[in-house]
Unconditional design. Sequence first.
Length: 213
Amino acid sequence: MIVTLKNVNKKFKRHAVLQGVDLSIEASQIVGIAGHNGSGKSTLLRIICGLLPVDQGEVHVLGERITPKTRLPEGISALFEPPGLLPDLTGIQNLKVVASIRNIMDEKSLEALLHRVGLQADDQRKVSQYSQGMKKRLGIAITMMENPKLVLMDEPLNGLDPDGIVEFRKWVRTFRENDASVLIISHVIEEMKAVCDVMYKLENGSLHAMQVG
């Protein structure tokens, strides 16, 4: 299993956000979790990333148990809402920063990646001037460049126009073709059904299986 959660519980003050959550994600599987705002979807994502500790239960990612003292395993790429971008740099400059840290991809490859998500490398606008959809496309490009084994996406469809939503389906399938598993957190249920193998609804702190197709 790529991800395994066993009896995960999380409270904020007296409010129980997650109660006895069990979740398994297999290799090359696309999993969707739906739920209303405040249901705990983003909390669950942050727990898998190791950004939030659990109150009870176990979290295993890529074969390692995640605890507050654990360094997150390599091979995980996360797209949060809003995407974590450098607003005073251009799109290509944002990619170059990540590439320099990770020591991956040359400039020509980065330009091709931007084109792949519908952006232009010669666009001199700063990211602060981008639309919400453009920022989302750039965030998706960053997740692609890291050749991940696990991709975590928080509301990836927000801000995308109809063409972008169609392209999003292709991007997700590309991750699977490259042997990556994908976890999508979204309230857009019909679009998730178009790409997910398995879906759940997070309600009252618990996961409930949903029918796909």
